[in-house]
Every structure is written in structure tokens, then in C-alpha cells.
Design a protein around this ligand. Structure first.
Ligand code: NAD
Length: 317
């Protein structure tokens, strides 16, 4: 199989190149994103491999179909960037539904612990040989209420971690899982009771801006909020207003509403320009990372393996 691999980052080559050799597949690594302008580069390939920033519309699907491309291999769990309806019967869309839920949940907990204990501030101070702990007082997690929105694979890993910290865990999900050792409550109850809130639902029309002026007003004063899911779950302006009103104890954002074109379009150290992002970085109790919750050795290995397994299954069916 010949695969055109778009939005290539240096780390992709490390995992995909040797594994593809084992499968006997030929990969053409392209650094450009997959778009209406670059779709033609897939001519002569059996499959196109894309990342979450590569949006695929109906017209691009038709072009792929006409060029004889059989599959879109998504090296991601999310597929909201692909017109799957248009792809039906034309191009197979294969994703990696679960690569390492623990990677993301552990990262969410790392963010929460960091903002709660001001580790990010302490790091800066000690590097300047300033050992002052004034202003760095945190709170215990022990016996506090943790709220989890979305109890899928990552949400479940998060619940296990919160239980490990002996927290009282509440969850909200429109599709509750009766096998889980967690108390499901309404969204309003969860928001009003959680000391620490972690978002693990997908971005859909229903969840877009699930954290907004109204839901923020329901949250406890001093609550902590962590988002490792999708930026669009939070209304950024409402979040900034909440921070200005000193509503939050701390906020951790691995994803950001306007991150496309900012965070993972390339792997350069180019300085990015975004007013709301710049605003958010001015709050000492806000920690922002660049969509890297998934980024562990184990998850990358799993993404590469599952993506190529998807190609293999397609070829052998
Ligand atoms: P999943 O599909 O296993 O679980 C999602 C859960 O959300 C499901 O239980 C679903 O019922 C629930 N849900 C759906 N609509 C909801 C709503 N309106 N309110 C509350 N819950 C709702 O997905 P997952 O593997 O656990 O991933 C969760 C999200 O994490 C993904 O959608 C993706 O956006 C994000 N993610 C981020 C990274 C990262 O690097 N930061 C990596 C992987 C995934």
C-alpha cells in the first residue's frame, strides 16, 4: 500500500517510518496540511493519512474518489474534521478510537495539580533563585468533589485517578454507564458541587460552549477547571470574564477554541498572535499547553500501530 501522509511532524516519522517498513507500506511524508490546495498530491496513492487539523469536505472526498484513493486514515480519535457522510461509499474513513486514554487523563491531572499548587510559578521563581513561597498556597484534593463531564474512555481513566486521590467523584454524561463506580448527576448539580472540574466529552453541536457565562455562574467560586478535550467546549470570552471576576481557583487548558493554525499547524517555534490567548496568559492561575495531552511514547506507538493496522485490515478485507 502507498500512503500519502499529510501534516507530518518530525515525531511522526520516528514512529511511522520503521513500522510502515514492517508492513511493507510506502509512505510519502508531506509537511503541508491536507486541504483543497494539496489534495492533488495524493494522486497515485492508495490512502491518505491525516491529523485533526486536516479538514476534509465533500468536494475533497470526490477528488480523492476520482483519483482512486481508497481510504482516509485518521491518526486521531476525533473525526469531526471529516465529512464522513460525503465519504460513504466513496472513501473509507478509518480512525484510532482509543490509543492511550491514560495519557490524556494523566495529563489533565498534571495540569490540575500544577495550577492548584502553583508549581508553574514556583518553577519560575526558583530558576531566578527566589525561594519565596508567598502567594503559592494551594488546596488539598483529598475529600474534595471532582466533576467529570463525559465518561468515555478518557473520562473513565480520569475517574480512576480522582478515586486514587480519595476524592468524591460526580459525573455527567447523557449516556450514563451503569458499570462505572461513579455517581451520575445532572449537569447543573455537577457544576454547582465540583471543586475540580475536568472536561472529557467530544465537541458536538450539543457540547459547543458547554462552559459559558451561564454554566460558569453555576460553578462554585474558586473552582478549578481543566480542559483537555476540545477548545470549543469553552466560550473563551466567558472564561476570561470569569477569570477577571476571580471566579476560578485555577484553569488548565490543553486545548483552545482558536487553536487551529496556532498550536499544531507546524512544529516550529514561531511566535503566534492571538488576542484572547495573550489575555489568558496574563492570569497567573491559568496554565496553557499546546494540545499535547496525547503526546506520550506509548500513545504515539499505539497511534502508529493502529493507523497501519487499519490500512492492513482494509487491504485484507
Ligand atoms: P469517548 O468517545 O470514549 O467518550 C466521550 C464521552 O462523552 C462519551 O461517554 C459520551 O457519551 C460523552 N458525551 C457525549 N455528549 C456529551 C454531552 N453533551 N455531555 C457530556 N458528555 C457527553 O471519547 P474519549 O476517547 O474519552 O475522548 C474524549 C475527548 O478527548 C475527545 O472527544 C477528544 O476531543 C479529546 N482528546 C484530546 C486529546 C488531547 O491530546 N488533549 C487526545 C485525545 C482525545
Amino acid at each position: 500500500m502507498r500512503i500519502a501522509f499529510f501534516s507530518t511532524k518530525p515525531y511522526d516519522r520516528i514512529w511511522f517510518e520503521p513500522m510502515a517498513k514492517d508492513y511493507g507500506y510506502e509512505i510519502y511524508f508531506i509537511e503541508l496540511p491536507f486541504s483543497e490546495e494539496t489534495v492533488f498530491l495524493a494522486k497515485g496513492y492508495d490512502a491518505v493519512c491525516i491529523f485533526v487539523n486536516d479538514h476534509v469536505n465533500a468536494q475533497m472526498i470526490d477528488t480523492l474518489h476520482e483519483m482512486g484513493v481508497k481510504a482516509l486514515l485518521l491518526r486521531s480519535a476525533g473525526y469531526n474534521h471529516v465529512d464522513t457522510r460525503a465519504a460513504k461509499g466513496k472513501v473509507a474513513v478509518l480512525r484510532v478510537p482509543s490509543y492511550s486514554p491514560e495519557a490524556v487523563a494523566e495529563f489533565a491531572m498534571a495540569m490540575l495539580l500544577t495550577v492548584n499548587r502553583f508549581t508553574h510559578k514556583a518553577y519560575g521563581r526558583t530558576r531566578e533563585f527566589n525561594m519565596n513561597i508567598n502567594g503559592l498556597m494551594g488546596t488539598d484534593l483529598y475529600h474534595k468533589v471532582a466533576g467529570v463531564i463525559g465518561t468515555g474512555k478518557i473520562g473513565q481513566a480520569m475517574i480512576r485517578i480522582f478515586h486514587g486521590f480519595r476524592m468524591n467523584v460526580l459525573a455527567y454524561d447523557p449516556y450514563p454507564n451503569s458499570n462505572l463506580d461513579v455517581q451520575y448527576v445532572s449537569l447543573e448539580e455537577l457544576l454547582s458541587k465540583a471543586d475540580f472540574l475536568s472536561l472529557h466529552c467530544p465537541l458536538t453541536p450539543d457540547t459547543h460552549h458547554i462552559i459559558n457565562e451561564k454554566t460558569i455562574s453555576i460553578m462554585k467560586d474558586g473552582a478549578y477547571l481543566v480542559n483537555t478535550s476540545r477548545g470549543g467546549l469553552i466560550d473563551t470570552q466567558a472564561l476570561i470574564n470569569g477569570l477577571l471576576a476571580k471566579k476560578f481557583g485555577g484553569v488548565g487548558l490543553d486545548v483552545y477554541e482558536e487553536e487551529e493554525g496556532l498550536f499544531y499547524e507546524d512544529c516550529s517555534d514561531e511566535i503566534i498572535q492571538d488576542d484572547n490567548l495573550a489575555r489568558l496568559t496574563t492570569f497567573p492561575n491559568v496554565l496553557i499547553t499546546s494540545h499535547m495531552g496525547f503526546f506520550t511514547v506509548e500513545a504515539m506507538q499505539s497511534i502508529a500501530h493502529e493507523t497501519l493496522e487499519n490500512a492492513y485490515a482494509l487491504e485484507n478485507n
